[in-house]
Ligand binder design. Structure first.
Ligand code: GLU
Length: 486
């Protein structure tokens, strides 16, 4: 049987990084098993779903390289099918019409809470307390409708919901690939609503019908859905369908171990793109937040797919660690194909649209040597800044010191030597500087700082010879002249 996995986000906001990790695991499972990965946009809640959120999800998955193998399925388009399935369950007797109103359910809950509070009063006999608690528990127990056994409607046109008749007794058993075998008593689940009084299908019904219709064989999702799974299994059974395999993965936590929130770092997947992380870096990082394979720290999606099995998933929650993400990102910046790195870098260089071809070629030439100078793209862009910006207005304190008047005659001498240089290669320039030092009996510690200050504004840049070679003779002389007395 071909494995079919899916990612089923609700389009109510950005694509959460936890969701991106779920998508990634599903993609890897499908790839590893020569299966298919599907995307379903769960847009049944029209008041909370927006087209922008759908777009953001699709864009984020595309950016990460996790696009589905088929066009996305929109859950709202399947509403008729969901209704038909509810009616089928009504016909087979697996579901029933329930005439309990929301107000009655609310009253039941309030009564239960009232009884529970009453049981806490001082001065009650133990027997009276136990009695109140028992009554409270009955009211607060998962709802079993008084209409489940076919009682007559209160009036012929009374509104009703369609509910699934929850199993009477026994246990609901889940064999989760990660959590192991979990059983709950049937009494722990309610007669869940399949169709609301206005005839619209509920999420719980829609998920099951869609997963079945899409042929999903394995559902991997966050363990915040574990309780839902126990409510969904009886729906599969009521329809006479195979129950898919399930894997519930622990959620990502913040660095302090608490529930992941904004104070721990950005939650939106695309925010990481905008902060200058590479998609393969975010994938590699998210992958290791919850999965491991030997001692290997960094995988590409293809490398991970080759070895991805459920056995590598962690049972305990992992913690977001942005310093680690920086390390992974700097690795991928170092190994990125040069032309691609340049394209990735441009959006982080405000001036890039105004740059002429000479400057673009200069950045391209220098990038291989400079690429380890930033953990993120904006950091790299600022380390490369001297390539297009003469920095004359942004000298560091040390650069200003190196360019004090008494150093300028030395700078003038260097200028003369550079102006007369026969070759402009890195080796040639290295030799030229060494000879200049020798000839004037100066150490490189004297000659370097004013020249570096004029060329880079004082930025800790690589060796001088490559800087000279990237800038070219004309630009080099121009930059020196900006500091010479006229
Ligand atoms: N739409 C649900 C959510 O975004 C996920 C449903 C599922 O994975 O089964 O939380």
């Amino acid at each position: 049987m071909t494995m079919i996995t899916r990612f089923a986000p609700s389009p109510t906001g950005m694509l959460h990084i936890g969701g991106a990790r779920t998508a990634l695991f599903n993609v890897l499972l499908a790839k590893h098993n020569d299966g298919t990965f599907l995307l379903r946009i769960e847009d049944t809640d029209k008041s909370r779903s927006t087209p922008e959120a759908t777009q953001a999800i699709i864009e984020a998955l595309d950016w990460l390289g996790l696009a589905p193998d088929e066009p996305p399925v929109f859950q709202s388009a399947n509403a008729d099918r969901h209704v038909a399935c509810a009616n089928e369950m009504l016909e087979t007797g697996a579901a029933f019409k329930c005439y309990s109103t929301p107000e009655e359910l609310q009253t039941r809950r309030e009564q239960g809470e009232g009884l529970r509070n009453a049981a806490k009063q001082d001065g009650l006999s133990e027997a009276a307390r136990q009695d109140l608690l028992q009554q409270a528990n009955e009211k607060l127990a998962p709802f079993r409708s008084p209409w489940r056994d076919g009682a007559q409607p209160p009036s012929p046109d009374a509104p009703y919901t369609i509910r699934l008749r929850a199993p009477e007794q026994g246990q609901i058993c889940l064999n989760d690939h990660l959590q192991g075998e979990i059983k709950i008593d049937a009494s722990e689940i309610d007669d869940l609503i399949l169709l609301r009084a206005d005839g619209t299908p509920t999420y719980m019904l829609a998920v099951v019908v869609d997963d079945h219709d899409m042929g999903v064989t394995l559902v991997l999702r966050g363990n915040d859905h574990l309780r839902n799974t126990f409510r969904q299994i009886p729906v599969y059974q009521a329809m006479g369908w195979d129950v898919p395999e399930f894997v519930h993965v622990p959620l990502i936590h913040g660095e302090d171990g608490g529930k992941l929130s904004k104070r721990h770092g950005a939650l939106s997947t695309l925010a990481y793109r905008d902060m200058g992380y590479l998609p393969e870096a975010l994938c590699a990082y998210l992958l290791r937040l919850g999965w491991s394979h030997g001692d290997t720290e960094i995988f590409t999606v293809e490398e991970a797919a080759a070895v991805f099995t459920l056995g590598g998933l962690n049972k305990s929650a992992s913690r977001l660690d942005l310093a680690k993400l920086d390390d992974v990102n700097s690795h991928f910046i170092r190994v990125a194909e040069p032309d691609r790195l340049l394209t990735l870098l441009y959006p982080f260089i405000a001036e890039h649209e105004k740059m002429d071809d000479t400057v673009k070629a200069r950045i391209k030439r220098a990038l291989p040597a400079l690429r380890d100078r930033g953990n993120t793209l904006p950091e790299l862009a600022s380390a490369c800044r001297f390539l297009w910006d003469n920095n004359v207005n942004a000298l560091t304190k040390n650069a200003r010191k190196a360019l004090k008047p008494e150093n300028l005659s030395l700078l003038g001498n260097i200028r003369q030597t550079l102006d007369a240089a026969e070759t402009w290669t890195i080796e040639g320039l290295e030799k030229l500087i060494a000879e200049f030092c020798y000839r004037h009996d100066l150490s490189i510690g004297r000659v370097g700082p004013p020249l570096r200050a004029a060329l880079t504004g004082g930025l800790p840049a690589p060796d001088l010879a490559p800087v000279l070679s990237w800038l070219g003779r004309e630009e080099t002389l121009k930059r020196i002249d900006l500091h010479m007395p006229h």
